[in-house]
Each structure stands twice: as structure tokens, then as C-alpha cells.
Design a protein around this ligand. Sequence first.
Ligand code: PLP
Length: 221
Amino acid sequence: MDIADQIKTIEEELTRLNVTLIAVSKTKSNEEILEAYHAGQRAFGENMVQELVEKQEALPKDIEWHLVGHLQSNKVKYIAPFVALIHSVDSLKLLKEIDKQAKKNNRIVDCLLQIHIAVEDTKFGLDHIELIELLRSEEFAHISNVRIRGLMGIATNTSNPKEIREEFRELKSLFDGIKVSFFKDAVYFDTLSMGMSSDYKIAIEQGSTMVRLGSTIFGSR
Ligand SMILES: *Cc1c(COP(=O)(O)O)cnc(C)c1O
């Protein structure tokens, strides 16, 4: 199947399930992205700041750009003017920098807090204790131009579906707990970004509201 067919097929499936599709276009050309765009896709995800900025400049302005990969504080300024959602906030330091750059641009920037759910410690993200500490901190209370929309997690890269299911289940239960404890009246706290090409079906079964699909749409990298 080509990119347009793939977008249409997956979008139809996800719409029925009320799940948002982020088409992860890292390493893919502008032509390939436009193919998805012309099939109706508007939300795209990248994991490198420079690539994200170059594509944003070159491609249609109604594309909603998501940063899904690790973000260094010193690069926030390049994406703060336009980014739709940062999926990968993993420290208070980074959150404060996003807040600062959001203010400079007179924007509210939507973010997800990335939670470490995989067994591999090469993956980024906050553990449960760090998450609670961040949300309870004095400094967090002073952040005004960032809106925390929810959580994101990347499961272990394994062929064992039981393990993946367990990790997603844990993330969903953390999401529900955090919502009740810290975001009770915040209707905007509604996003649980979990699931990639290899595991998105399990993620949806466990309550994902947003999946990040690269190779399923664009082919292997
Ligand atoms: C690359 C990437 C994806 C998409 O991966 P696929 O396996 O190609 O679907 C999703 N999330 C993050 C954070 C990524 O870096």
C-alpha cells in the first residue's frame, strides 16, 4: 500500500476508536510528507529539532508539528514559536525553559510529561516519584505558559506482548491517578500518547488516546 492508502485505512480505524494519529515523519522527505498531507493528514511528529524546523519552514502552514523525541533545553527556542505538542518533557528544568520561551512568543505551549515505563534504562522519562515531585513543586505552580495535556510513554522494545501490555496498563493507571490528584478540573488533561507501529494495537486496548506511527505509514526507515 502507498502512503495515501495507508493513511486513509489507519485514520478510518483510529477515528472509530477515538484515537488521534500522529504521523511520525522523521528521516522522510517533504514529498512523502505531502503525500500524507494530501490524503488528509495534518498532525506530524519529528524527533530532531533541526529536522522539525526545516520541515516546518518548507511545508504547508496548517500542519500541526509534534516533537516526539528527546528535547534539550537549549533547543526549545527554535520550536517554541510553532510547536503544537511536545511529547517528551522529562524534567522541571526543561519545563521552565519551555515556559520561558512560550512567554517570549506570547503563546501557551501544550506538553506531555514523558514517563519511563520500559525496562531498558536507555529510554528517557520520569519515574513515578519524580513525576509526583515535579507536580508538587513550588516551581511547577509558577509555570504559566505551559499546559500539561497528559502523559507519554514508550514501551520496551520486545516481542513479548504480555510485557508491553503490562507497561501500557501501568501508564494508563498512572494517568488516571494523576488526573484525579492533580488535574481534577482540568478538562484539557485528556491525552495519553502511547503506541508506535509495533505496539499500537496493545496501546489502544489499554486506553491510549494518541498513537505515534512512523513505519506503518511511511514504510521502514
Ligand atoms: C520514531 C518514533 C516513533 C515511530 O516509530 P515507528 O516504530 O516507526 O512507528 C514513535 N515515537 C517516538 C518517540 C519515535 O522516536
